[in-house]
Design a protein around this ligand. Sequence first.
Ligand code: 13P
Length: 252
Amino acid sequence: MRKPIIAGNWKMFKTRDEALGFIYNVNMNVPSSEYVDSVVCAQAPILRDLVKRQGDNLKVGAQNMHYLDTGAYTGEVSAPLLENIGVSYVVLGHSERRAYYNETDNEVNKKIHQAFRYGITPILCVGESLELRESGKTNDFIKGQVVVALKGLGSEQIKELVIAYEPIWAIGTGKTATAEMANDTIKEIRNVVRELFDNESAEAMRIQYGGSVKPANVDELLSMSDIDGALVGGASLDPESFLILVNAAVKK
Ligand code: 13P
């Protein structure tokens, strides 16, 4: 049985004070990590403050990371630093980073290897544009992203990896993929992983859905066989709404 995982991706929202207020509000009320993994992914400068205050049932993640240990890369954040300050997860290959910072599947692949080297769980984001969805190329496109991103990984790493299927046209638009549509694509992703690795790893690996997930649609999405959680932008910013999402996952 796969344990559900709900991760808030705060993107470039929340000052330190706002983030600490959030943690103060939710820490005591997050359900046990026995039933659901609850994560918030924040901007790099406040990660340490959040880690220090995270309770047993809430973990902290970064939103990006470089694939090298050190070097002259102004403005980047390294895995050794994230490990050093106790960050547990890192979102990699988010469609916003692919679109605005030209991140490629090859770079994402190197970042995934780097995250595993430092004991940080990667959340690999994949997803198609509306144009690809409408021209029936979704599965081929996502297969391409997955094949390159997972190159060189071992079965044990695949079991730890989290994939977030985020159709680009559903992010921040209020348009959600129907639960069936999301589940079908997620099943396809699992099949690709099964072909590349083995059945056991593919069945163990958790795949989230992301794109306008909110309290009103989370139950339906999580009721689907292959949707193991959610990566949530807007609806993860408010403590009350975040708690509804993580509690919904407990029922899965
Ligand atoms: P929204 O939940 O705001 O649509 O964002 C989804 C997302 O990009 C999470 O990574």
